[in-house]
Ligand binder design. Structure first.
Ligand code: 5AD
Ligand code: FES
Length: 349
């Protein structure tokens, strides 16, 4: 490893600050990866502890009004079997998730406007009564809708920026506006959500400088959660023949994020394990502290096909819960029992 990277890792560990150029240097230095991961693992231990937060992921509709060039749910994809769960089915999955021991559920879908604010709020109020923290991940909505969801009981919101490079964003998310995506994130921040965002690593034309800009943006937003995953080309989309995102680059980005946003909740994403067996363990040892096991049931798991090769499509929610619990214990970590809100440094004293 170059001496420069070694110095940068020490600086990041001690000050939690790096310049754009310094981030680029670390992102580009494959030989620094192990040391970077070790430093991130130590910072993770110090700031958020050894508990791994499990969030039960409910994929309740794969219908989407958007047309992202990488995503299997895009509206132009005629090869996906569409589905939409009923309100009762969604609440029932949340109830079962609670039974498996989850303290948080993530309600995720395509941008399916059937779930209007009144419908969504009804679901939120019912799940709220189960004493579960609720994360929403249903895409871009108006500030009024975000406000209504918050009042009905949503605690957190996940909306990846995907890339902070507006030109790249407009190329791969046709019909969408980067400005509006930023507006959504800042609205969510102001409305008192815990805000989760993240990057899709490996979009064709994405540079290391652009990834560094993403990291700086997450610091500026003071993101509470940051999910990073590699692009997995989906043959049913325009990016079907693109190069897959680089697992190692993604791993280095996760480690850098932990060093620079030490209190954030950072998931080991499903896409990482789709690329590399046991990929989630690798990432949990490189700075991450969250896993989002799937609690969707039956054939819907397969049908929620953002990308091919998705893991666990033949497993049950109980399988995934057991599996992750065992794997986390085998790493010398434990499943956290609280609802997993962000640790604030002040609150630790
Ligand atoms: N490969 C990897 N991740 C993808 N996502 C969508 N399509 C793909 C793909 N082909 C990610 C996006 C989105 C999240 C829910 O899934 O980053 O925000
Ligand atoms: Fe689903 Fe291991 S997490 S079976």
């Amino acid at each position: 490893m170059a001496g420069q990277s070694e110095e940068l890792i020490i600086k990041a560990k001690e000050t939690h600050g790096l310049t754009r150029q310094e981030i680029v240097t670390l992102l580009g230095d494959a030989s620094a990866e192990e040391q970077l991961a070790r430093a991130a693992d130590a910072v993770r231990h110090e700031f958020v502890g050894d508990g791994v937060h499990l969030r039960g992921l409910i994929e309740f509709s794969n219908i989407c009004r958007q047309d992202c060039c990488y995503c299997g749910l895009r509206r132009e994809n005629g090869r996906i079997e569409r589905y939409r769960l009923t309100e009762d089915e969604i609440v029932e999955l949340a109830r079962k998730a609670k039974g498996y021991g989850y303290r948080t559920v993530v309600l995720q879908s395509g941008e399916d406007m059937h779930f209007s604010a009144p419908v969504m709020c009804r679901i939120l109020r019912r799940i709220r009564q189960l004493d579960l923290a609720i994360t929403l991940s249903i895409g871009e909505r108006s500030r009024e809708e975000y406000k209504a969801f918050r009042e009905a009981g949503a605690d957190r919101y996940l909306l990846r920026i995907e890339t902070t490079d507006a030109a790249l964003y407009h190329r791969y998310d046709p019909g969408m506006s980067h400005e509006n995506r930023l507006r959504c994130l800042w609205d969510l921040r102001e409305l008192g959500y815990e805000v989760g965002t993240g990057t899709l690593v490996g979009l064709p034309g994405q540079s290391l400088a652009s990834l560094a800009d993403d990291v700086l943006f997450y610091q500026e937003l003071d993101a509470d959660m940051i999910g990073i995953g590699p692009l997995i080309p989906n043959g049913d989309t325009p990016l079907g023949k693109a190069q897959p995102g680089d697992f190692h680059l993604t791993r280095r980005m996760v480690s850098i994020l932990r060093l620079l946003l030490p209190e954030a909740n950072i998931p080991a994403t499903t896409a990482m394990e789709t690329m590399v067996p046991r990929g989630r363990e690798v990432i949990l040892s490189s700075g991450a502290n969250v896993v989002m096991p799937n609690v969707t049931e039956g054939d819907y798991r397969r049908k929620y096909a953002l990308y091919p090769g998705k893991i666990c499509v033949a497993d049950t929610p109980a399988d995934c819960r057991q599996c992750m619990q065992g794997r986390i214990a085998a790493m010398g970590r434990f499943v956290a029992r609280d609802k997993g809100f962000r640790h604030h440094r002040e609150a630790k004293i």
